[in-house]
Every structure is written in structure tokens, then in C-alpha cells.
Design a protein around this ligand. Sequence first.
Ligand code: G3H
Length: 540
Amino acid sequence: MQNSKKFYPMISQTHDIPNQYRVSPIRLNQYVCDGELRTWDGDTTPVYSTIETMDQEGNLGPTLLGHVSKMDRTKALEATAAAVKAFDRGKGDWPTMRVKDRIKCMENFVDQMKTKRDEIVRLLMWEIGKNLGDSEKEFDRTIDYIYATIEACKDFDRKGAKFSKVSGVRAHIRRGPLGIVLCLGPYNYPLNETFSLLIPAIIMGNTTIFKPAKLGVLLIGPLLEAFATCFPKGVVNVLFGRGREVASPIMSSGHIDVLALIGHSTSATALQDLHPNKNRLRLVLGLEAKNPAIILPSADLMSTVTECVSGALSFNGQRCTALKILYVHKKIKDEFLTLFAEAVDAAVFGMPWENTLLTPLPEPHKPDYIQSLIDDALAKGAKIINKRGGERSKNFIFPAVLYPVTKEMNIYHEEQFGPVIPVRDFEDINLPLDDMAESNYGQQVSVFGQEARELAPLIDVLTNLVCRVNLNSACQRGPDAYPFTGRKDSAVSTLSVHDALRTFSIRTFLAAKDNSMNKAIINDMLVERQSNFVNTDYIL
Ligand code: G3H
């Protein structure tokens, strides 16, 4: 049963906060440019948590977490110039460095990063309201991701450490960097998803400019020194500020070769449009999704309910992979909805360090937005079928299960990215399939059922509509070894540990006619170890 005492106060009095999770305001006015930790002395923006605490005058309100630099066009262009200089049209130390030496820099970085775990986990909880377990998981998963990337990079290098010969032409084929990468991550995974772009981009020899998301920004502060000291000058440049003032001039400069962005398509489109030379711009995008769950009559209802609750509501539904609409077969609709509504109402709200499923929403306007989706659906004939759905506080709205949802409702079309769960029913499986085919999105689907004969043809279609079909489990990105991508407007390019290294590089090779002159030259290069590219060293 829900502990209503935990839900209604919605605030955390200072004395309720365990010592190790308390925060005091941070001034984040450093940034990384050209290998230096520099200080910004211009305007700053206050950073608040929607978690309310008492200030010195005894007033309750959003907690001031600190101030962050509000950098401008001049600094953005300085960082761009640093990245351009470090790449030096392919001549720079970093893009020409042996892979094993790049790996040493990355190992040094991850060693330093590991020492910042407590600080970063604490800030994840305050800045974006992610619960303790998930904040720890975000940090640990990122460390694992970096180690896995290092291993995958060694593997690429080993595979390239050879010559092939076809039609009298010898080839030494490797993967080379693309150039200058602009990395912009999302607020819901400000560490993990941003680093899932940044780390492979760096290790493949690109030079980078990175601007944290609008929320989850202070937690990058503890890593600035490591970024500045572990890599050669200009390889990683870290800026803070608004997208319009920082990212826009960088794109307009025309120097960006790869836009790597996980976030909203409006930002991705606006930034692409600023690039003066679009054909040279490569895109690595993770955008909106509206992943459905399809619940068949043969589904095991208890485990389906459990998966649907966590799939729709972990981190309050603020995941691109969250289940954002449920399709339930009419035969089991009543039973499923009763169990599901009870399970949703049993979800506990609390402060992030209390490790509850539901926590404060970090975007101040989010409860009103979710409310507007609920109001619109109710006005068009849906009902809230769980008792607690729509209960409000300043920084939260209790998840409402809305049924029946129709195409006239905004919740059917919009990616809610928050705690509200629309449900449709079906008799003919073509209803959810047609909806998915019409949708602009195509990331993942969850299908619940136990009859192989019913599931098999369905999976054959679903795999052509989305990029991952989850059988009897919620949608998710991990394990990171598997491809993470989407069709239609949901993504451009594929990210997994291995795929990301491909995404941020291009095949490039030495080709030489097989004659005695070329043989002698290549032999000399290998024996004298004169080239970093042409080498057959085997990294262990
Ligand atoms: O926001 C989208 C994330 O990629 C989801 O990742 O499935 O591990 O929560 P997750």
C-alpha cells in the first residue's frame, strides 16, 4: 500500500536528509578549453532542484544547488577553434596517435572519474530527482561502458593489424576519425547517455566540444579537471550555457563534422539547419519515442503488470525507452486494468535518497503539462482508472492510468516523458500494428504473451516496425553491448559499445599494388615502426 505520508508532504525538510546526501551551493564557473581549466567571469544562471527545503529565513522552496556559467558565442567559438586546432585537418597529435596511446589517456580518465562517484551520484539525485539506486546505476554503468569501449577499441585495432590482397592490390584497412564532434546529451541521463556519445567519439581520434544538458549540469563539474589533464590540448572542450548561445554559433561556424545529440528533435533540426555545409555533417541522434506494450490474451498477467509498471514508471516515465502507451486485448482488458491500476497506486513516492520508484519531477512545468494531457483526455472521453491518478503537489503528479484512449487525444500523439499511462484496447492485432506503422516513431516495443504460434508472426512484423522487440519484458536500452537505435523520427545511427565506435569513425585504408617496390616500402614502415596507421602491432 502507498504510504500517503510520504506522498503528501512532497518536501524534504533539511533535518530529514541524511548527512551524506546534503548539498550546499556550488559555483561552477570553470570550463575546459584547449586543454586548460579556465574560469568564466561573466553571467551565471542559478541551478535549482525542485526538491523543496527550508532556506535561512525559514521559507520552504526549491533548493538552490548553485550557479553555472552562462557562456556566450565568443567562448563557443574559442572552444571550436581549440577543437579544430587539435584535429588540425587530420595532422593533430590525437587523430594520428596510436590507438594504444589513446587508450592510455582514456584509462587515466576513467581512473580519475571513479574517485568522483559519491559527488556525482548526490548531484544526480538533487539535479534531476533520480533515485539513489538508479543514480548509482547510472554512474557504474558509465564506468563499465568506458571499460567496454576500451576493449572494443582494442578489438577494432587488432582486426585492422593485417594486410589483405585482392586483385593484386594490398590493403591495410582501419577506422579513422571523422573530425570535430559536437556532443549534446539529455537531462534524464546527463552522465550515461552523454558519455555514450562522448567516449567513443574521443577514443576514435575525433576532437570534441561538449555542452551538458539543461538539467544535470553541476554533476559535470567534478570531471572537468580530468577532462583537461587526461587528454592532449583541445581534444575535449567543455562549455556551459544555453543551446542558443553556445551550440548555435558552433554549428553556424561550419566546423562540425558530427552532431551527436540525444534529446528533442526540435533542437536536432534547428542545429542541423544552422550548418552551412550539410552534406558533410554526420548525425548521431537519439530522439523521441512512443514505445507501446502489446498485451495478448495469453500473457501472464502478474509478470506483465510488474513489467508494465516499471516500464512506464521507472524514473517517473522520463526515459526515451519508457512504455508510453499500452494496448490490451479485450479478452483480458478488465482483469489487466484492475491489477494494473492497483499496482500503479501502490507505487511509492519519496525523496531520491529514499530510493522510491516515484520521485520529484525535475522540470518545474512538468506537473502542469501532464495535467493538461490528463484534462484533454478526460474531456474527450477517457477516464482515470486508478484511484490516485492525478493527485498533485508542486513538484509531482501521481501517475494516471487513462482508458480508453483514442486518436483524438493529445496523449495518444505526444511523447509524455512523465507519469501518465494511456491505454487502448484491441480485438484485431492489426489495430496496434497499424497505429505503430502510422506513428512517427519506431524505437522499441514490448509484447506480452505465451503462445509461440501467436507470437512468431507478430515478431516478424514488429521487427520491421521498430528496432527491438522485447518479449515479456519492458523496453530498455541495455545491455550496452546490444544495438540501440530507432526507425523513422526516433534515431539516426546505431549506438552500442561496438556500433558507437563505428558510428564515430570511417573506414580508411592504404592501398598498394603488389609489386616489389611497394613491398619494400611497407616492410620498412613496419620494421622501423614509422607509421602509427600502418602497423601490425597486436594490442593485448
Ligand atoms: O532515455 C533513454 C535511455 O536510453 C533509456 O535507457 O532503457 O537504460 O533507461 P534505459
